[in-house]
Design a protein around this ligand. Sequence first.
Ligand code: SF4
Length: 331
Amino acid sequence: MPIYSHSQLSVYEQCPLKYRLRYRDKIERDTEGVEAFLGNIDARLTRVISLPELLSFYDATWRKSWHDAVVITREDVTQEHYQALGRKMIETYYHRYAPFDADTTIQTEMRLNFALDKGSRYKMTGFIDRLSRTGDGGYQIHDYKTSAHLPAQENADHDRQLAIYQLGVRKRSPDIKDIKLVWHYLAFDRDLVSSRSDEAIARLTADTTRLIDEIESALEFPPKESAYCDWCEYPDLCPARRHFHVVESLPQNEYLKEPGVILVNKYAELKEQAGAIGEEMDKVKEAIVEYARRPPGGGNGYERNGQQGQDKVRQPPEVPRQERGRAGRAR
Ligand code: SF4
């Protein structure tokens, strides 16, 4: 059985077809949403240095990492807008937490590999942005979010991702008991904090293994349209969205940017051409009607073999008598 991650499971829940295209068919696309790009850049900034150093590291990382396949879906904003947004988030976070002595970082970008069950059938993987220990001996799993949407506390209390990571940390270090889950919503300067009881973790484990079983036994992966479609990398392969993709990929109207005087002249020129073509068409139409009135064999161009009625059409070779019979039985 493959190793699953929280994001893999989420993609299946969002849209089974997208899951199949990405994880089963492994169709790679080089596009990346600008929001994901921004999140990836910010997640790399986990070193504690001075703010100017941090911002200059951020700008350099942004320039080095930016590529043409980063997609900005909003038409009214630019790359510079997102870069400035990231800078603002870093500044706000820095001013709020400096001098960063509320806890001790144990590891950043910490990879977890663990199994949900004793038999290691249901394997999971994931990355923790930052794991820290607080002064009272507790542990915190931190996740940095650049999302433009601030979820409710209730969402945090039911979130699967960090709860799965809690399970992974406990499997790795069973002596760690007190774990808090902390989401930093950088665009809002807000943190959401939650925790999970042993019972909640047991329920999560059962739900997740059930979901993996469902995915493993799935024979059909139907498209499921939602707001996520705007960020989907497979609209051209999706029966539910292909028509939008076709419209978007139509060539642009090259006249849209021309000044009025050029447009008027072009229109007059095309109209004149259309008039000439119309006259030609009328003449051809008249000739067709005339042609249709001629008697058969009257030298109308339908070529014959010299003898009337013997068309130059190839006939099938003659079939021997007994084979004809066989052919008849076969029918
Ligand atoms: S466009 Fe929407 S419905 Fe189609 S595969 Fe992507 S997410 Fe699914």
